[in-house]
Design a protein around this ligand. Structure first.
Ligand SMILES: [Mn+2]
Length: 311
């Protein structure tokens, strides 16, 4: 396992909103992760942890979609605030951990990370752990929920308010992204993913290749100048172990597969920023999904069962 010279300060940024989701409740996600003692778990690994509290944004207006988008103004407001918060953390050389909130927040978070990478001359690699490709546009979305669109928005396909948060449009290139755990893709979205050349390791790929080979592929080509961003939608996990999500899909990643995934990311020593999104305490059972998330994040930040040889 490789370590950076000094471990970075970890900065927790709560974004308590569900304006981008169809099912309400992810607004309680940051609180549930704090109740599950996320900060303590990370401190036990030797990190300095700062909890910046929650960013502020509008309440959920519970409106139907307009021109293919639900709550566009509110999603924009939350993402603008998050963009600033993540930029601030990166400017302090801290490692931001965004506590969502729904997955539309990745637009602001990753726009900020991408801009920071350009300023520092770093390459960006985004690992998108999710049941869904989140690559919808207003033309093809069945619901108008913007949490189904963040990857498309980041790649420049979406409303101007959401595609122009960073210093460049598009904020990222499809080639920067590796998606894992995918098992639910809308019909139009399927064609668009193919057309844009997104690299997707779906559940069939993980079934056939195993998580180890899949992660080796997803992490291939990282170098010393690569900033690795993990956007972790908890519906990546099988709903049997992670029931507290808004859009559960059968056949997700098992506990052991998830642990291996996190440990292999930790081993790269390149982790630079994280989103933890779609935790929905209203759907959870005695906070077990939040507790599981804390367990997995510990592995993501280097917790290992044994002392492992340096690579
Ligand atoms: Mn998602």
């Amino acid at each position: 396992m490789r370590h950076q010279a000094a471990p970075p300060t970890l900065e927790l940024i709560g974004a308590p909103t569900d304006v981008g989701a169809g099912v309400r409740g992810t607004s309680m996600g940051p609180a549930a992760l704090r109740v599950a003692d996320l900060d303590t778990a990370l401190r036990l690994l030797g990190f300095h942890v700062v909890d910046s509290g929650d960013i502020l944004g509008p309440l959920n207006p519970r409106q139907p979609p307009i021109n293919g988008y639900r709550h566009l103004a509110e999603v924009h407001a939350w993402n603008t605030a998050l963009f600033d918060a993540v930029r601030g953390a990166l400017a302090r050389n801290a490692l931001p951990i965004v506590l969502g909130g729904d997955h539309s927040l990745a637009i602001g978070s990753i726009s900020a990370v991408a801009q920071d990478c350009r300023q520092r001359g770093k390459r960006l690699r985004v690992l998108w752990l999710d049941a869904h490709t989140d690559f919808n546009t207003s033309d093809m979305t069945p619901t108008g929920n913007i949490h189904g669109m963040p990857v498309a928005c980041l790649c420049g396909h979406g409303p101007m308010e959401l595609t122009s948060l960073s210093d460049r449009q598009p904020a990222i290139d499809p080639a920067d992204v590796r998606q894992l755990g995918i098992r639910s893709v809308d019909e139009g979205e399927k064609q668009f993913v193919q057309q844009m050349g997104l690299t997707v390791y779906d559940m069939r790929h993980i079934d056939e290749m195993g998580m180890r080979a899949t992660m080796q592929q997803a992490l291939d080509g990282l170098d010393d100048d690569t900033h690795l961003h993990v956007s972790f939608d908890l519906d990546f996990l099988d709903p049997d172990i992670a029931p507290g999500v808004g859009t559960p899909v059968l056949g997700g990643v098992t506990y052991r597969e998830a642990q291996l995934c996190m440990e292999m990311i930790a081993d790269t020593g390149r982790l630079g920023s994280v989103d933890v999104v779609e935790l929905n305490p209203a759907r959870d059972v005695q906070n077990r999904t939040a507790l599981l998330t804390v367990d997995l994040l510990s592995s993501l930040f280097g917790k290992s069962t044994l002392v492992r040889p340096t690579l």
